[in-house]
Ligand binder design. Structure first.
Ligand SMILES: [Zn+2]
Length: 296
């Protein structure tokens, strides 16, 4: 069960089905520890991070990134996640302590937590001057359905998305993972029926992980007998890209007046990274230096 997080990508021999899957238990647990999320937020942020990881891995531009944001009208507020082109992710959400009653089936009510009224936005930075932006209305707030709908509506790719986060009794993450199953142009109609059957038959991501399977085995079961070829398998993790120099640039970009105001009014200035909660400390002398840098 303590297997490291990883992402796996493959395709069937006929070239009609591609699949990406990620085992994300440790990175979702890391997010929980950083943001001190309660179970509802752990599940919602964890599902979104898992989806973002797979979306980021699709990028062909090495230095690219994908931002996946859900902004619904539920008590969790906006959820923002970012993945690099490998599938390493970071993210945060507005209300980590939001609480709702469990659903009748005993599961966390992520759909109501996110809310049905709102938008899912995908921003892909692929090294062009303007990033690509796609946006759809939320379908259910359950996240997997919303991500699948994004692919169908915005990119015209028939997609099944499954995402799961199981929170343990002590509120830590017991297991987490997901997959994106996509049909490529020309796929025969019968294939859709077969895949729908397989998805039902294999069952939920967390049920499989709890049984002791890993996501690669889940992928093999989903595409059993279809000549699955694995093209990629590598570790992924929760990874923040912040640094003191990036925070300095942000402070400089506030402008001379705002910097001078901070120098005049504040003993010191702390800047907290939203993604990893690291605090960058600047005293007056540091800010004076930044002001000098600005003149150039
Ligand atoms: Zn950070």
């Amino acid at each position: 069960m303590d297997k490291k997080d990883f992402l796996v990508r493959g395709m069937t021999a006929d070239g009609f089905v591609k699949i990406t899957a990620v085992q994300s238990t440790q990175l979702v647990e890391r997010a929980r520890q950083i943001h001190k999320t309660l179970p509802l937020a752990t599940a919602a942020l964890g599902r979104t991070l898992t989806a973002a990881s797979m979306m980021g891995n699709e990028l062909k531009y090495d230095k690219g990134s994908v931002t996946l944001q859900l902004r619904g009208d539920g008590p969790l507020g906006a959820i923002t996640t970012v993945s690099d082109s490998n599938g390493n992710v970071r993210g945060y959400l507005q209300n980590p302590a939001a609480v709702l009653p469990l659903r009748a089936d005993g599961h966390l009510n992520v759909g109501a937590g996110v809310g049905r009224d709102g938008l899912l936005t995908v921003i892909k930075d692929i090294g062009e001057r303007e990033p690509f932006t796609g946006r759809i209305e939320l379908q259910s707030g359950e996240i997997a359905e919303d991500v699948a709908a994004y692919y169908v509506l915005s990119e015209q790719i028939p997609t099944v998305c499954a995402l799961g986060v199981l929170v343990d009794r002590d509120q830590s993450v017991k297991c987490a993972g997901g997959y994106l199953l996509q049909l490529l142009p020309g796929a025969p109609a019968g294939l859709v029926d077969l895949l729908e059957y397989r998805v039902q038959d294999v069952g939920s991501v967390t049920a499989n992980l709890e049984k002791g399977l890993d996501m690669r085995q889940v992928v093999e079961e989903l595409l059993y007998g279809m000549g699955l070829q694995l093209m990629e398998e590598h570790p992924v993790s929760y990874e923040c890209k912040c640094s003191r120099s990036k925070v300095e640039s942000a402070l400089i970009s506030l402008g001379r007046e705002e910097l001078q105001r901070l120098i005049d009014e504040e003993e010191s200035t702390d800047v907290t990274c939203q993604f990893c909660d690291v605090v960058y400390h600047f005293d007056r002398k540091d800010l004076e230096e930044l002001k000098k840098a600005q003149k150039k």
